[in-house]
Design a protein around this ligand. Structure first.
Ligand code: 6PG
Length: 516
């Protein structure tokens, strides 16, 4: 690593170039600087460059600055030690190619590495590696953790050229979140200039280019499901049980002590505790119930449909956001469409329902993760990747949005059996659902009888019941298909390589005699 601290020196002296200083880019740059790297940074918006120079100087105090301002792509390349390592944090899509073309114009070399850390579509990463071959090495590294994660330790999902990984590994592992390998809990430091050095880094090589962004996409699909499931538990408590946001926050805080312990439960409690300064009401009551989405959940759902992997809880979470955005229609419908009468519950009944909801949330969460890992498994086979699921679960234990103690149990499941067909059949998770499923069914029944929608929770239960079902009604479905379209069917008593078709309307065929 370069020790020269002069900012005036025109000789190359920076270790890494950083392009794109939005929220994620700025924080990743400061994280790299905390870890001793000297960064040459550039953004089309020069005020962002000026701001980070100021922040770096303030955070370093008396120590030499580690971030250098660049006013052009050419200047950025000129400040880097060769071979160059350049990290991009720009919006997914065209901006990535825009920057790549500018770097080519500025004279980037064939053994230089460009790392895309945005939320890019994984197929774009695959195409880019080909497109830029011979000009530079395009490498994809998906990042999770939001603003704070980027600053003090994100979860990183790198993928691409293995040679590039040998150069990137020390850099990415130094800035990643760290986990205590014994407990699986994050080791945190939120103090600028004091990065965590010990523990297992949440950055592991995922596979060929695009694999990392695929895994991050599924992470986000699970994130959508996790968030929706928490929101449904909140909805039942708020609407069916009439609890106040602060009471629900207390319930979430309690749940956060056990197997549901997670970043998303923790922040949900914090959101519910906020009071609106303008109205004095709980802030959540004045937030418009129309969910935004940037597309990664949708991509996960599309991919699940494409590869034929049942990921209904994730998909329902995407649909729930879509339905929420039909605010006007829902308002109109609420005036005309009827539901059940509000149920009256005693205090002890409410307590029992809240307890059941906790287990319903836990079982549903297991299903959402089972779907995500199953999707990655099926997709990996389709795309020829060798994904290490224990390693993926490990790097999600800290730094990322879905970080949770629960990921330690998933790590154990795949460490014990890396050929696990589904998380649901892992002995630990199978036992957990066996113990809690009655509560799961009962909580959903209360929601259904109260008319409170729980699309993710109910879909998770259907996933579980379908997955454990020896005989599904797909036999009738195959009969229907053959009836109207001669699509053929297989038989339970013949090899499944053989297909059959019958003339359903043939009067000579034997029929069940219906007794009148
Ligand atoms: C993360 C987040 C991050 C981002 C989501 C938000 O892992 O750090 O997932 O990538 O917050 O893309 O997605 P939506 O806007 O679609 O909710």
């Amino acid at each position: 690593m370069t020790q020269n601290t002069s900012t005036q020196n025109s000789q190359p002296q920076c270790d890494i170039g950083f392009i794109g200083l939005g929220v994620m880019g700025k924080n990743l740059t400061l994280n790299l600087a905390d870890n001793g790297y000297r960064i040459a940074c550039f953004d089309l918006d020069q005020s962002k460059v000026d701001a980070i120079i100021e922040q770096d100087a303030a955070e370093r105090g008396d120590a030499p600055a580690r971030v250098e301002a660049c006013r052009s792509y050419t200047e950025l390349l000129s400040k880097l030690n060769a071979p160059h390592m350049i990290i991009l944090s720009v919006p997914a899509g065209d901006p990535v190619d825009h920057v790549c073309h500018h770097l080519i114009d500025a004279g980037i070399a064939a053994d230089d590495i460009v790392v895309d850390t945005g939320n890019s579509l994984w197929t774009d990463s695959v195409a880019r590696e080909q497109q830029y071959k011979g000009k530079f090495i395009f490498f994809s590294t998906a990042v999770s953790g939001g603003e704070v994660g980027a600053r003090f330790g994100p979860s990183l999902m790198p993928s691409g050229d293995p040679y590039a990984w040998t150069r990137l590994e020390p850099v990415l592992q130094s800035i990643a979140a760290k986990v205590d390998p014994e407990t699986g809990k994050p080791i945190e430091s939120n103090t600028p200039g004091h990065p965590v050095k010990e523990g297992e880094p949440c950055a592991t090589y995922i596979g060929p280019v695009g694999a990392g962004h695929y895994v991050k996409m599924v992470h986000n699909g699970i994130e959508y499901a996790d968030m929706q499931l928490i929101c449904e538990a909140y909805h039942v408590m708020r609407s069916a049980l009439g609890m106040m946001p602060s009471d629900i926050a207390a319930v979430f805080r309690d749940w956060n002590q056990g197997e549901l312990n997670s970043y998303l439960i923790e922040i949900s409690a914090e959101v519910l505790e906020q009071i609106d300064e303008e109205t004095g009401q709980p802030l959540v009551d004045v937030i418009l119930d129309r969910a935004g989405q940037k597309g990664t959940g949708l991509w996960t759902a599309v991919s699940a449909l494409q590869v034929g992997s049942p990921a209904q809880t994730i998909t329902q979470a995407v649909f729930a956001r879509s339905l929420s955005s039909l605010k006007r229609e829902r308002q109109a419908a609420s005036q005309t469409l009827v539901g059940p009468e509000a149920q009256r519950y005693s205090a002890s009944q409410k307590t029992a329902i809240v307890d059941a909801l906790k287990n319903a949330l836990y079982c549903s969460k297991i299903c959402a993760y089972a779907q995500g890992f199953q999707l990655m498994d099926i997709a990996a086979k389709e795309h020829g990747w060798k994904l290490e699921f224990a390693e993926i679960a490990k790097i999600w234990r800290a730094g990322c949005i879905i970080r949770a103690v629960f990921l330690q149990s998933i790590t154990h499941a795949y460490e014990q059996n890396d050929q696990l067909a589904n998380l649901l059949v892992d002995p630990f998770f199978a036992d957990q659902i066996a113990r809690f499923q009655q509560d799961w069914r009962s909580a959903i029944s209360h929601a259904v009888l109260s008319g409170v929608p729980c699309p993710a929770m109910t879909s998770a239960l259907s996933y579980y019941d379908s997955y454990r079902c020896d005989v599904l009604p797909a036999n009738l479905l195959q009969g229907q298909r053959d009836f109207f379209g001669a699509h053929s069917f297989q038989r339970v008593d013949k090899p499944d390589t053989k297909y059959f078709h019958i003339e359903w309307n043939d009067p000579a065929r034997p029929q069940v005699t219906v007794k009148k």
